[in-house]
Design a binder for this molecule. Structure first.
Ligand code: GDP
Length: 508
């Protein structure tokens, strides 16, 4: 029997404390020995790789990574989601590969825009959420106000699992409502380091608050949590080490083990014998000297063994996975074995794409990794027209990686790229230059959005395509796409051609 797995992500608005919490979780999990190492390591990695210049310039992390650590016999796989404000497809896809999430909220700010978007993505897939209200060592909003905001804005039952005894200047510790023990700052409330535990002697107003809260909010119900209907709420300070250990314990005790994955012809169960997994992310050119890529595969069933042959569904011959990589926080190690819930990195030269299912069993296809209709379309204009071939190769590669979507119009040679967030445009230009030596401009496109078209009625589809050729394109995989000047036009056209389906997402 493999050790239990907890595969999770942290979702938050920038600045809420995700990096600090990640560091502390890795520290508590014994994976790193010095606070600050996550950022330091990140910088080394960035220095090595040219195209990540943009990350340095903007101080953001564009790419996700995987961090694995073990604590008390449980293996934790923490998948990092990009921390910038643009919603990206990369983030969405990463969230398809987790079984649960920790939502970090700044105690002074409550639910912010990005937290909310990411939460909605989790909700679509019923991903259960543990809430961590961070920074209670600073002045924050009243506890009841925060709890009610979470409940109202996210339409979730909330259950406080701990309670801050004061915040900011009056911070005196955090009470664990289950064990009824209090962690107090070791030293005065401003400059303290670490904490001590003792039986509580609560100020009367705090005792009263807690009594009210316990009467007013739902009791903790593990089933409701796992169904995504209730969130347990922990209060703490990632910076001052209040909360990380409790969060790890909560993940171990309550968070779901690897879940069945939606798939065709039938959901893939974690206890199936055959190995099945899917690629949720491809990271290319980690080393600019080599055109290598790492496909990140989430294992959904079976026991993966090094050297095993897996077949990518839809295209191709079985590939033998000889040097799979496991992502321990300090090192990358070659994996001999991996179990459901684990993420393995598969080095390859572009054969594996985001959305691919890899399986020992022919014909299985994990579903639910959509392409989104792009919200921003741009025409790509080459500065040097002799570089057409390189540009096409670059656009194909980058769309395969999920950085952009590319559309080749049926008429004319103005290739169009589509993204869901502005930041992806910058990533595109910087990578075109750094990796493909292609200088290009992005110009306004006459189109505003795109829809994948299909129909059960070939005559109806032909009538539509014959009359709208100027707005038709093919995506990277050759699927027909309608480019529209506005969302309004999509509605108008969809009404007129009722036998044609205009899809805003396309499942891969
Ligand atoms: P991220 O953008 O969500 O990754 O946030 P960071 O972890 O980088 O934190 C943003 C800022 O908040 C940094 O200056 C942190 O030192 C600070 N911070 C994070 N957690 C805490 C906390 O618990 N208390 C206080 N006072 N500051 C914190």
């Amino acid at each position: 029997m493999p050790s239990p797995r907890r595969t999770f992500a942290i979702i938050s608005h920038p600045d809420a404390g995700k990096t600090t919490l990640t560091e502390k979780l890795l520290y508590v999990g014994g994976a790193i020995h010095l606070a600050g190492e996550v950022k330091a390591r990140g910088q080394n990695r960035r220095a090595r790789s040219d195209w990540m210049k943009i990350e340095q310039q903007r101080g953001i992390s564009v790419t996700s990574s995987v961090m694995t650590f073990e604590k008390d016999g449980v293996f934790f796989n923490l998948l990092d989601t990009p921390g910038h404000e643009d919603f990206s497809e990369d983030t969405y896809r990463t969230l398809t590969a987790v079984d649960s999430a920790v939502m970090v909220i700044d105690a002074a700010r409550g639910i912010e825009a990005q937290t909310r978007k990411l939460f909605e993505v989790c909700r679509l897939r019923n991903v259960p959420i543990i809430t961590f209200v961070n920074k209670v060592d600073r002045e924050g909003r009243p506890v009841f106000e925060l709890l009610d905001e979470i409940a109202d804005m996210l339409a979730l039952d909330v259950c406080p699992m701990s309670w801050p005894v004061g915040m900011g200047g009056t911070f005196q510790g955090v009470l664990d409502l289950k064990t009824n023990r209090i962690s107090r700052p070791d030293g005065d409330s401003r400059t303290f380091q670490g904490r001590v535990e003792e039986a509580p002697e609560l100020p009367p107003e705090i005792a009263e608050e807690i009594e009210l809260a316990q009467a007013g909010y739902a009791a903790f119900d593990p089933e409701a949590y796992r169904a995504g209907d209730l969130t347990p709420v922990y209060f703490g300070s990632a910076l001052k080490d209040f909360g990380p250990a409790e969060l790890i314990a909560a993940l171990a005790e309550y968070a779901p083990p690897p879940r069945p994955q939606p798939a065709e012809p039938a959901p893939v169960q974690p206890d199936e014998k055959d190995v099945t997994g899917f690629v949720f992310k491809v990271q290319a050119n980690m080393d600019p000297q080599h055109r290598d890529r790492i496909a990140f595969m989430r294992l959904c069933s079976g026991t993966f063994k090094r050297g095993m042959k897996l077949t990518p569904t839809g295209h191709g011959k079985p590939i033998a996975v000889h040097s799979p990589i496991l992502f321990f926080a300090q090192d990358r190690e070659i994996a001999d074995e991996a179990f459901p819930g684990d993420i393995i990195g598969i080095p390859n030269h572009g054969t594996l794409r985001v959305g691919d299912t890899l399986s020992e069993k022919p014909g299985v296809r994990i579903t639910g990794l959509p392409n989104f209709a792009p919200e921003i379309l741009r025409r790509v204009a080459l500065k040097d027209p002799t570089k057409t071939k390189q540009l096409r190769k670059a656009l194909d590669d980058l769309s395969e990686e999920g950085v952009i979507q590319v559309f080749y119009p049926e008429i004319g040679s103005n290739w169009i790229i589509g993204v869901v967030g502005q930041l992806q445009l910058e990533v595109l230009l910087s990578r075109l230059e750094a990796e493909y030596k292609v200088a290009a401009n992005l110009e306004p496109s006459p189109f505003d959005t795109a829809r994948w078209i299909s129909s059960d009625d070939p005559a109806a589809l032909k009538e539509f395509t014959d009359l709208n050729r100027g707005a038709l394109a093919k995506d990277r995989d050759g699927n027909p796409v309608f480019l529209a000047k506005s969302a309004w036009e999509v509605g108008y056209i969809a009404d007129r051609y009722s036998k044609v389906t205009f899809a805003a997402t396309r499942e891969r």
